[in-house]
Design a protein around this ligand. Structure first.
Ligand SMILES: CC(C)(COP(=O)(O)OP(=O)(O)OC[C@H]1O[C@@H](n2cnc3c(N)ncnc32)[C@H](O)[C@@H]1OP(=O)(O)O)[C@@H](O)C(=O)NCCC(=O)NCCS
Length: 301
C-alpha cells in the first residue's frame, strides 16, 4: 500500500522495482547486484520513496529494507537516498516506517552504519556497539598458493580447509546460530550457491571449526561470512577462499580480528571504509560475535 508524504510517496518495494533499486545502490557506489536485491526482498520487506526528479519524472529516490532473522530481531538494510534527494528527511521517514513495523512484531533492530548513516541512526535512538572495516584487493597476485597446493597432492594438512559439502550444513549452522544470534540458513544457503568456489569449511574433531562463504557483486566478489573457532582456522579459510577467486574481492573484517590484517595486506588488500554495528530495542547486538571474523556484509549482518 502507498501513502503520500509531503514531497514524495512512500511505496512498498517489489520485484518490479529492482532496476531502480539497483540504480540507487549504484549511486552510492555500493557493490550489490540484482541478485543481492532479489535475495534481500525475498527474505524481508522493503520500502521506498518515489519523488519527482529535476526532469519531472517520478523516480525511486530512497530505500530501506528489513530482513527478519528468527523471532527476536531484524536487520535494517539498504538505507539509501539518491544524492539529489538527500537532507529532505527521506532516510528518517523510511527508517521510522520500518522501525514501526519491527516494533509491531516485537523485534529489535540491528544494522551496520556507514559514517553517513551513523548520524541518522543516532537520532533515531540506535546505540553503537562494535566495528568492522571494509578492505578490498583488486586482483589476485601471482604465486598465491591454491588450497590443493598447500595441502599437498591428495593429503589434507591439519586444519586445512575443504569445499563445503551438503552434509556440512548442520555443523555450519551449529557454529553460526549462537554467534549470529539467529538461524539464517536460508541466507547462508543462497550465498553458498552464488560463489561455490569460495564456500569452504574446516572440520576438526568431527565438528565444523570454521566456514566461509562468498558471493558475486557488482564491482567485486565479496567474501563473508567467515566464522572460526581460532585464528589459525580463520587464516586457512581466508587464504584458501582468496586463492579460488581471481578478480577484485572485498570483505568486512571485524576489528577484534585485526590480527589478520598482515595476511590481508600480503594479498594486496587496502582499507576502504569503517562500519559500526548499532542496535535499537535490545541492550546489545544478538549472539556472540567473538567467532565472527568476516561479517556477511553491512546489508545482511
Ligand atoms: C545517509 C543517508 C541515507 C541520509 O539520507 P537523508 O535522506 O539525507 O537523511 P535525512 O534527511 O533523513 O537526515 C536526517 C538527519 O540525519 C542527519 N544527517 C543526515 N545526513 C547527514 C550528513 N551527511 N552529515 C551529518 N548529518 C546528517 C541530520 O541531522 C539530518 O537532519 P537535518 O537534515 O534536519 O539536519 C544518505 O546520505 C545516503 O544515502 N548516503 C549514502 C549511503 C549511506 O551511507 N547510507 C547509510 C547506510 S548505513
Amino acid at each position: 500500500m502507498a501513502s503520500t508524504e509531503a514531497r514524495g510517496q512512500l511505496v512498498e518495494l517489489g520485484p518490479a522495482d529492482l532496476p531502480e533499486a539497483l540504480a540507487l545502490s549504484l549511486s552510492a557506489a555500493w557493490n550489490q547486484n540484482e541478485a543481492d536485491w532479489r535475495t534481500m526482498l525475498a527474505l524481508g520487506r522493503g520500502w521506498g520513496m518515489r519523488a519527482a526528479g529535476a526532469d519531472g519524472r517520478q523516480t525511486l529516490a530512497a530505500s530501506t529494507l528489513v530482513i527478519p532473522y528468527g523471532e527476536a530481531f531484524a536487520w535494517v538494510s539498504m538505507v539509501l537516498v539518491l544524492p539529489a534527494f538527500r537532507r529532505r528527511g527521506y532516510a528518517s521517514l523510511l527508517l521510522r516506517h520500518a522501525l514501526a513495523a519491527l516494533r509491531a512484531q516485537g523485534r529489535a533492530a540491528v544494522l551496520d552504519a556507514t559514517p553517513a548513516g551513523y548520524a541518522v541512526y543516532l537520532q533515531e535512538g540506535f546505540a553503537p556497539h562494535w566495528g568492522f572495516r571494509r578492505h578490498r584487493r583488486e586482483a589476485a597476485r601471482g604465486g598465491e598458493t591454491s588450497p590443493a597446493g598447500r595441502a599437498g597432492a591428495g593429503t589434507a594438512a591439519p586444519g586445512a580447509s575443504r569445499p563445503l559439502a551438503e552434509s556440512d550444513w548442520p555443523g555450519v549452522l551449529a557454529l553460526d546460530c549462537p554467534a549470529f544470534g539467529a538461524d539464517r540458513e536460508a541466507l547462508l544457503r543462497s550465498l553458498a550457491q552464488r560463489l561455490p568456489q569460495a564456500a569452504r569449511v574446516v572440520e576438526r574433531d568431527g565438528r565444523i571449526a570454521g566456514f566461509v562463504l562468498g558471493r558475486d557483486g557488482r564491482e567485486a566478489a565479496q567474501l563473508g561470512p567467515l566464522l572460526a573457532d581460532d585464528p589459525a582456522v580463520a587464516s586457512n579459510l581466508l587464504a584458501d577462499a582468496l586463492a579460488a577467486i581471481e578478480g577484485p574481492v572485498c570483505l568486512d573484517l571485524a576489528e577484534r580480528h585485526d590480527a589478520l590484517l598482515p595476511l590481508l595486506q600480503s594479498h594486496g588488500f587496502v582499507f576502504q571504509r569503517p562500519f559500526t554495528r548499532m542496535v535499537l530495542g535490545a541492550p546489545t547486538p544478538p549472539g556472540d560475535p567473538s567467532r565472527i571474523v568476516l561479517v556477511a556484509g553491512p546489508e545482511l549482518g
